[in-house]
Design a protein around this ligand. Structure first.
Ligand code: GTP
Ligand code: MG
Length: 460
């Protein structure tokens, strides 16, 4: 799985820019750099140039390819822990690809997506959770999402996971001794001590799981769907939240016929907002297809914003939708509250129960939008969650591993209670230990590692 060769890739995004960067890593890096790069007095790159920017030109035989700045970095103080060279050239596809070609001709091979970071992981510079956070940093959609990923890169999550693993390892060692040298009189003590230790571990794991839903949303975004009957103001809401006229708004019911998707930042939460066709029975084929799609989005969303017209009585369609809101994360908007009210909150409470917040809005007068944003932030941050809590789990893979660890610890506690043989405890603790190890990459299959890094972008 590990290639020893020297790899090269363009590390800046495709397209035109002021500068572009080619990066190369591996044993041949300095040799290749010395061959294709010439400084003023044409001296070779030495260890004294470590992390310095050198001015010069890239040459192919005797002709200049581009004027560049080159940064040599010597192993092991580099991102990959191998010799690494960055070449900052003009940011066009021609110089970038010419330089890559030249490096390939001199003995390097093309990097796979994520291979630089994969090498950083395999060479022990980053653990798996840290390596994954690199991708999250790049893809973060809000400053808060970035902060959470950055803390993960710094190793806050790994530190907590490692602490629990160390604790479990020591419990396993103790159990081992008890299995090898059974002494009846200390048995009682062992069970009670193990119970304490497992409980402490379980508590740490639960604490990590607790705000993992917030973490996931900060990383992947909160998928939010706006639903309601035609003409209640769904597209007006999308426009108001975006603060621009993105969707067409008219007084004709059935204006929006397809779904419109936009991403916005609500108090640091990346919200993936979907405006849909109003849900109603219709014979119009196009509108019918739109309504079908609305329903599909409704089923998949993390959050449903249900818009009602306060100046109209509830229709059978409204009653229908409300039934589906019951066990969902939902917010109800009583829109058009500038008109003479027909619908009141009491009627809604009757149908909805007390869990779902109801907000009065007049989108035409830009009223109630702040309240809606407050409510979304409250839902995501859960009132108390602060990002000062530095180890937030953001990743579904980590969430899954934590859940399995918690389950195994629960099993271990059950076994203690029933006074099961130590071997049984040993198996449960081992399972929890291994599950946690998947997060940092200690106990992870090669296939999974390959899969994780293949999702990275080229040159990262
Ligand atoms: N009086 C009043 N009118 C509003 C308000 N919000 C939206 N409207 C008007 O209601 C009409 C319908 O608004 P849209 O945003 O297009 O409604 P929609 O739910 O997207 O409608 P469809 O796409 O047809 O399902 C427009 O004429 C809006 O100007 C409000 O708060 N008060
Ligand atoms: Mg619309």
């Amino acid at each position: 799985m590990f290639r020893e060769d020297t790899i090269v890739a363009i590390s800046t995004p495709p397209g035109e820019g002021a500068i572009g960067i080619v990066r190369m890593s591996g044993e041949l890096s300095m040799q290749i750099a010395n061959k294709i790069f010439r400084q003023k007095k044409d001296r070779d790159i030495t260890i004294n140039d470590h992390r310095k920017m050198l001015y010069g030109h890239i040459y192919k035989n005797e002709s200049v390819v581009d004027e560049v700045l080159l940064v040599p970095m010597f192993s092991p103080a580099t991102y990959t822990r191998e010799d690494l060279v960055e070449i900052h050239c003009h940011g066009g596809m021609v110089p970038l690809t010419e330089i890559v070609k030249l490096i390939l001709e001199n003995g390097a091979s093309m990097a796979e997506p994520g291979e630089f970071t994969k090498r950083a992981f395999l060479n022990g510079r980053l653990d798996l959770a840290q390596a994954e956070s690199v991708m999250d940093l790049i893809q973060a959609k809000t400053p808060q999402g970035f902060e959470v990923a950055y803390n993960q890169l710094e190793g806050h999550l790994s530190g907590k996971v490692d602490a629990v693993r160390a604790e479990l390892l020591s419990a396993m060692a103790q159990l081992e001794v008890c299995i090898d040298y059974p002494e009846e009189d200390i048995e009682e003590m062992t069970y009670s001590e193990m119970t304490d230790r497992f409980k402490a571990a379980e508590k740490s794991v639960s604490a990590l799981l607790e705000n993992s839903e917030t973490g996931r949303i900060l990383r992947d975004g909160l998928s939010t769907v706006i639903v309601g009957k035609p003409n209640v103001g769904k597209s007006s809401l999308l426009n108001a939240l975006l603060r621009e006229s993105r969707a067409i708004v008219t007084d004709i019911p059935g204006t929006t016929r397809d779904v419109i998707e936009e991403t916005l930042n609500v108090r640091g939460v990346p919200v993936k907002l979907v405006d849909t066709a109003g849900i109603r029975e219709t014979e119009d084929l196009v509108e019918k297809l739109g309504v079908e799609r609305s329903k599909a989005f409704f089923n998949r969303a993390d959050l449903v914003v249900f818009v009602l017209n306060a100046a109209e009585a509830l229709s059978p369609e409204d009653e229908d939708i409300m039934k589906y809101l019951k066990d969902r994360r939902a917010i109800v908007l009583l829109n058009k509250s500038d008109l003479d009210p027909v619908l009141d909150e009491m009627t809604l409470r009757d149908r909805l129960g007390n869990e779902i917040p109801v907000i009065r809005t007049s989108l035409i007068q830009e009223e109630g939008i702040q309240e809606l944003e407050d409510e979304i932030a409250k839902m995501v941050y859960g009132g108390q969650m602060s990002l000062a809590e530095r180890s937030v789990v953001t990743n579904l893979r980590h969430q899954d591993a934590l859940r399995r660890a918690a389950k195994s610890l629960g099993d271990a506690l059950g076994s203690c209670k029933e006074g099961m043989p130590y071997d049984f405890l040993q198996v449960d603790v081992r399972n929890a230990y291994d599950a946690l190890g998947e997060i940092t990459g200690e106990t992870v299959e090669n296939d999974l590692i390959t899969k994780i890094f293949s999702q990275f972008c080229l040159g990262k």
